[in-house]
Ligand binder design. Structure first.
Ligand code: ADP
Length: 259
């Protein structure tokens, strides 16, 4: 009776209402705990077999190369792309779950944005050598934040810019610092986004309904993750777009954000 009485007094509620408050609260806590357990279990259960498959593939590939069977080795190498894609999807699904549960942890370190952008664009260019990525505005701009997570923001935006430019038009990335913030534009000349769907693309699992966009694979998690990371760094993200002409995503991040 004591906790109910205490709640009843504190909340100035009818005791029955207080009982339901206590029950609601403990049910919610149990659900949150179960969610956290699910995320760490899923992390382990999904990633462990994938890591094992990757290791085995590497081993077999090396053996095939050693025994001069380059064709079989090349065939095996073709599996690596889809495996990487699966790995990325699992990581994104877990990121979304963690963000939803509020359990994603961010580091706080000095990040040289200019260097980070060059690193990200070099990696993406390596994967898509036929696409031109122009990086403009070489200025030193450092801020405090989580380097890997900020890298994920620009990797997603630049990868999308390439993905939704089916005719391989060039992508431009530019960096412009001001006194207390830094702005990055990621501009493409691809499909563009219809006006009425522009706000929705930052929602979880939302994909533009246009047929040409739908033909390009994706699950609608990337921009949700991007928006959450930017929000954590107290920044903003906006999009400007013309259908058939292309889109510009603008990220503004304050140089210092509170922990
Ligand atoms: P997806 O995995 O589907 O690409 P995102 O969350 O990254 O998921 O993007 C959500 C939707 O926004 C995409 O399905 C796509 O329709 C649209 N979109 C994102 N970036 C662009 C872009 N640069 N140009 C055109 N459409 C885009």
């Amino acid at each position: 009776r004591l906790p109910v009485l205490v709640c009843g007094v504190v909340l100035k509620q009818h005791p029955l209402q207080a009982i339901s408050f206590v029950l609601d609260n403990s049910a919610r806590k149990e659900l949150e705990q179960r969610k956290d357990d699910f995320i760490s279990m899923a992390n382990h259960e999904l990633k462990t077999p994938l890591t094992a498959v990757k290791l085995q593939i590497q081993l077999v590939r090396k053996r095939l190369e050693k025994h001069s069977q380059p064709e079989a080795a090349t065939a095996l190498a073709r599996v690596e792309g889809p495996i990487k894609q699966l790995e990325r999807l699992i990581t994104e699904l877990l990121d979304v779950s963690r963000m939803q549960a509020g359990s994603l942890e961010y580091r706080r370190e000095r990040v040289d944005l200019d260097e980070l952008l060059r690193e990200v664009t070099a990696t993406i260019h390596h994967l898509h050598p036929s696409h031109t990525i122009l990086v403009c505005g070489s200025v030193r701009a450092s801020l405090v934040g989580d380097r890997d997570r900020l890298g994920q923001v620009f990797t997603n935006l630049i990868s999308n810019a390439i993905k939704y430019s089916p005719d391989a038009e060039a992508v431009e990335v530019d960096l412009s610092p001001s006194e207390d913030a830094v702005t990055v534009h990621v501009r493409d000349h691809g499909l563009g986004i219809p006006r009425e769907q522009r706000d929705k693309i930052f929602e979880r699992f939302y994909r533009v309904t246009d047929l040409r966009q739908r033909a390009i694979p994706g699950l609608g998690m990337g921009l949700y993750i991007v928006a959450e990371i930017v929000k954590h760094h107290e920044g903003t993200i906006t999009v400007d777009s013309t259908v058939g002409k292309g889109s510009t995503f603008t990220v503004t991040l304050p140089l210092i954000h509170k922990p």
